[in-house]
Design a binder for this molecule. Structure first.
Ligand code: AMP
Length: 193
């Protein structure tokens, strides 16, 4: 299965991706993780991306498209993958469509986690407070607000994009974690059936 998980920061993408990896033996491909590794290694890509990430802005399309294009050429994605954090713009989505069409491996489903804006802000503020001083430099309230704004402006249009492609499924991301997982499973089981 080839899937995309779509949703704003704090919607629970990471949690659900981990569940799907376990249950369906898929590879999780997170451009955020790849970029954080590049920053940590001090590579040229990392140097270009680091400041943008800290400010909650997007890394340029050509850089992330090159990253994902290389990653999709590895043999370990043959059984299927779940994209977490990519695509984030319509031009990334178009590049992905082209890439997967060339490989004759189209996407099966885009799972969008729908969230209530106000409750989302509460959730991510809490997450930012809880992660004070550790792990991610972009998990502070200010950057998170910026990331949500960037999501609404640049990533939310992907909902219409994939609706038109005909592979969009919207899930209530405000439901308890286990219920979200159950909803996703039943959609995927239908897909496999
Ligand atoms: P994430 O871990 O997915 O929340 O990503 C963390 C940060 O990495 C984002 O705020 C962006 O700065 C950058 N990033 C990750 N994925 C992408 C992408 N597909 N396009 C542009 N920037 C990205």
């Amino acid at each position: 299965m080839r899937l995309i998980l779509l949703g704003p920061p704090g919607a629970g993408k990471g949690t659900q991706a981990a569940y799907l990896v376990e249950k369906y033996n898929l590879k999780q491909l997170s451009t955020g993780d790849m970029l954080r590794a590049a920053v940590a290694s001090g590579s040229e890509l990392g140097q270009k991306a680091g400041g943008l990430m800290e400010r909650g802005e997007l890394v340029p399309d050509d850089l992330v498209i090159a990253l994902i294009s290389e990653r999709l050429s590895y043999a370990d994605v043959a059984h299927g993958f779940i994209l977490d954090g990519f695509p984030r713009t319509v031009s990334q989505a178009q590049a992905l469509e082209k890439l997967l069409a060339e490989k004759k491996q189209p996407l099966d489903m885009v799972l969008a986690l729908a969230v209530d804006q106000e409750r989302l802000m509460e959730r991510i503020t809490k997450r930012a407070q809880e992660s004070q001083g550790n792990v991610r430099a972009d998990d502070n309230p200010e950057t998170l607000k910026k990331r949500v704004a960037v999501y609404l402006e640049q990533t939310a249009p992907l909902l219409d994009f994939y609706q038109e492609v005909g592979i969009l499924s919207v899930i209530d991301g405000m439901a308890p974690i286990s219920e979200v997982s159950t909803q996703i499973s039943s959609l995927l089981d239908e897909l496999k059936a």
